[in-house]
Design a protein around this ligand. Structure first.
Ligand SMILES: *Cc1c(COP(=O)(O)O)cnc(C)c1O
Length: 377
C-alpha cells in the first residue's frame, strides 16, 4: 500500500489547532474595518517586543522591506559596502543593490552554515585595501533557524564602525546565550512569510531595535517618510506597513508559537538520533536554541543528493534545496561580486538537502522520513 504524500509544511493542520481564536481575531477586524494600522498592529508590536525582549518593534510589509527600511534609515547607498553571507536567501543581497549599495559576499562556516567571522574580517580588509567602497554595514543572517555568531560580528563591527543588521527572517524565536534574538544587532529584521516558523496568511515582517530614534525613523519610513502630521514628508520613504488582518492572524498564532518551537526541536532531535550515523546532521551553534525553520542534512555530493531526493519523492516524502546556488553565482548578482573565492558556500549548495520539519509532523511521519532516508543512503 502506498501512503499519501507528506506535506513539507502543514498550514491546514495548524489552522485547525487555532481555529476558534483565529476566527474571533479576524471577526474583530471585520467589525472595526481599520484595515491599515488598526489596533491589532500596535497590540502585535507590543507583544512581539515583549516576547523577544527588544525595546521597540515596528511591524512592516515583509521581511525584505524590513531589511530595506533598516538600511534606508542609515542612509546606505551608492559607494557603500554591505557585507553579507553568500549562502542565504536572495533578499539579503537584493536590498543593498536596490538602494545603490554594493553587497560584499562573505563565506560561511562549513558546519553551522552561518557567516564566518574570520572571513568577514578578511573581506572588510580587502574592501578597505581596494579603496573603492566604504564599509558601512554587515547583515548577519540567522540561517535555517540558528543564530549567527552575534558576539563575534558585533565585536568586528564595533572595531570597524559598521552598522549591524540581523536578518532574522528564518529564526524569530531562536535564542543565543539564553536570550531570544531581537536585540543582538543594532536592528533585527524578521519575516512573517507564511512558510517561516512564525508566519502570517500573506506577506509581513517586523523590525526590532533598542534605539528609540531608529524605531521612530522606521515608523516614518514605512509610511512615506511622514513627519508628525500625515501630510508632512520629511524623507523619501515607502508604503511598508503590515496590514491589520495579518496582525490579527499573528496574534492568534503567537498563542501557540512557543509549543510549536518545542515540537520543531523534538523533531530535530529525533532526526539527529535516527540519521546521525548515515548522513551529516546539522551542527549546532553553541549555547543556542534553534527555531528550526529548516532541518538540512549534507550528503557526499550532488549525485547522491539527486538519488536521495528521487527515492524520497517516490515514497511521498518532499524535500527542498536551500540553496542550490550561492548568491555570488546568481546572474543578477554576479556583476556586483569582486571575484573573491567562496568555496564553502559553493560546496554546500551542491550537497545540502532539507527534510520536512513542522510542528504537525507526527512521530509516525518522522519515523517514515527516517526509514526512507536510511534505506536510500
Ligand atoms: C524569507 C527571507 C527574507 C525575506 O522575507 P520576505 O518576508 O519574504 O520578504 C529575507 N531573508 C531571509 C534569510 C529569508 O529567509
Amino acid at each position: 500500500m502506498t501512503q499519501a504524500p507528506l506535506p513539507f509544511l502543514d498550514l491546514k493542520a495548524q489552522q485547525a489547532r487555532i481555529a476558534v481564536d483565529l476566527r474571533r481575531r479576524i471577526d474583530a477586524v471585520l467589525a472595526h474595518c481599520q484595515f491599515v494600522l488598526g489596533p491589532e498592529v500596535a497590540e502585535l508590536e507590543t507583544a512581539l517586543a515583549a516576547y523577544c525582549g527588544a525595546a521597540h518593534c515596528v511591524s512592516v510589509s515583509s521581511g525584505t522591506d524590513a531589511l530595506q527600511i533598516a538600511l534606508m534609515a542609515e542612509q546606505i547607498g551608492r559607494g557603500d559596502a554591505v557585507f553579507l553571507p553568500a549562502f542565504t536567501y536572495t533578499a539579503t543581497a537584493e536590498v543593498p543593490l536596490v538602494l545603490g549599495a554594493t553587497p560584499v559576499f562573505v563565506d560561511v562556516d562549513p558546519a553551522t552554515f552561518q557567516i564566518d567571522p574570520a572571513a568577514l574580517r578578511t573581506r572588510i580588509a580587502e574592501v578597505r585595501a581596494a579603496g573603492k567602497l566604504t564599509p558601512r554595514a554587515v547583515i548577519g543572517v540567522d540561517l535555517f533557524g540558528q543564530p549567527a555568531d552575534w558576539p563575534a560580528i558585533a565585536q568586528i563591527a564595533a572595531e570597524e564602525g559598521l552598522f549591524t543588521l540581523d536578518d532574522c527572517a528564518q529564526s524569530f524565536g531562536a535564542t543565543l546565550h539564553g536570550r531570544k534574538l531581537g536585540a543582538a544587532a543594532d536592528a533585527t529584521a524578521t519575516s512573517f512569510f507564511p512558510s517561516k516558523p512564525f508566519g502570517a496568511y500573506g506577506d509581513g515582517g517586523a523590525l526590532f531595535t533598542e534605539s528609540a530614534d531608529r524605531a521612530a525613523l522606521y515608523r516614518s519610513l514605512r509610511t512615506h517618510g511622514e513627519g508628525t502630521t500625515r501630510y508632512e514628508v520629511l524623507r523619501t520613504g515607502m508604503n511598508g506597513r503590515l496590514d491589520t488582518l495579518q496582525a490579527a492572524v499573528l496574534l492568534s498564532k503567537l498563542t501557540v508559537f512557543p509549543e510549536e518551537l518545542d515540537a520543531r526541536a523534538r523533531i530535530a532531535a529525533a532526526y539527529d538520533a535516527r540519521l546521525g550515523n548515515a548522513v551529516t546532521i546539522p551542527a549546532r551553534v553553541p549555547d543556542s536554541e534553534s527555531a528550526w525553520a529548516i532541518y538540512a542534512i549534507l550528503v557526499p555530493d550532488s549525485a547522491a543528493r539527486t538519488r536521495l531526493q528521487d527515492n524520497l519523492r517516490a515514497q511521498g516524502i518532499p524535500t527542498a534545496i536551500y540553496y542550490p546556488r550561492p548568491l555570488h553565482l546568481q546572474p543578477a548578482y554576479a556583476g556586483a561580486h569582486d571575484g573573491a573565492a567562496l568555496p564553502i558556500s559553493e560546496d554546500l549548495a551542491g550537497r545540502i538537502l532539507a527534510l520536512p520539519i513542522h510542528p504537525d509532523l507526527t512521530d509516525a511521519d518522522v519515523d517514515r522520513v527516517c526509514t526512507a532516508v536510511l534505506a536510500s543512503v
